[in-house]
Design a protein around this ligand. Structure first.
Ligand code: ITT
Length: 195
């Protein structure tokens, strides 16, 4: 395939701002096979405690200074447990740090175990901001399973699968995951940047 040279509509690379190396592994597996270079800034961006993933993604993007020839990218994700009214949701990082997997599993003991992972990915190109969303519904395992992935992966089993996300390599997880879906939506919405 002949690609147009980098320009205002077609940046040379994407720069991902995240502290989470697991996200970067998955984002590379999504973008690099399409010939998109992924640079990583492991910086904690100013992150508001917002009411929605969209609000948090926007606030992260607002604290990024775009570099010429690059598309700045952030994402915000969370696990929404249906029987807990969507908790931990936007508090997922806090719940993961303080309760851990065992603590979250204790919260759903005796309750319906269905849950949805949601991801909002945002890019900023000059003054423009574009958000794309992805979600996957599944159920919480009885015990943690698998060693791959990160975060809540060992306790989340996507609907229609028998394995947890932590039992899937990144490219397989991406086929089902909230992140895979959000990035595919982003690629569809940005045909000029990702021809
Ligand atoms: P950045 O904000 O720096 O990108 P983070 O890990 O804090 O990194 P989030 O706020 O998006 O990212 O994630 C909230 C929590 O949800 C955090 O504990 C993650 O480990 C977890 N999480 C996000 N995506 C996940 C996924 O695909 N699988 C398992 N856990 C995930």
């Amino acid at each position: 395939m002949v690609r147009a040279p980098p320009g205002p509509d077609r940046p040379g690379q994407v720069r991902v701002y995240t502290t989470n190396p697991g996200k970067v592994r998955e984002i590379r597996a999504l973008l690099e096979p399409r010939g998109i270079r992924v640079a990583w800034s492991r910086r904690r961006l100013v992150e508001i405690q917002g009411d929605s993933l969209e609000e948090v993604a926007r606030s992260k993007l607002n604290s990024v200074s775009p570099r010429p020839g690059e598309l700045s990218l952030v994402e915000d994700s969370g696990l929404f447990i249906h029987s807990l009214g969507g908790f931990p949701g936007v508090y997922s990082a806090y719940a993961y740090r303080t309760l851990g997997l065992a603590g979250v599993l204790r919260l759903v003991r005796g309750r319906d175990r269905s849950a949805t992972f949601r991801c909002v990915v945002g890019v900023r190109q000059g003054p423009e901001v574009l958000l794309a969303r992805g979600a996957v519904t599944g159920s919480l395992a009885r015990t943690a399973r698998g060693t791959l992935g990160f975060g809540f992966d060992p306790i989340f089993i996507p609907r229609g699968c028998s394995e947890s996300f932590a039992e899937m390599p990144a490219d397989v997880k991406n086929r089902y995951s909230h992140r895979g879906r959000a990035f595919r939506a982003l690629l569809r919405a940005l045909p000029a940047a990702f021809p």
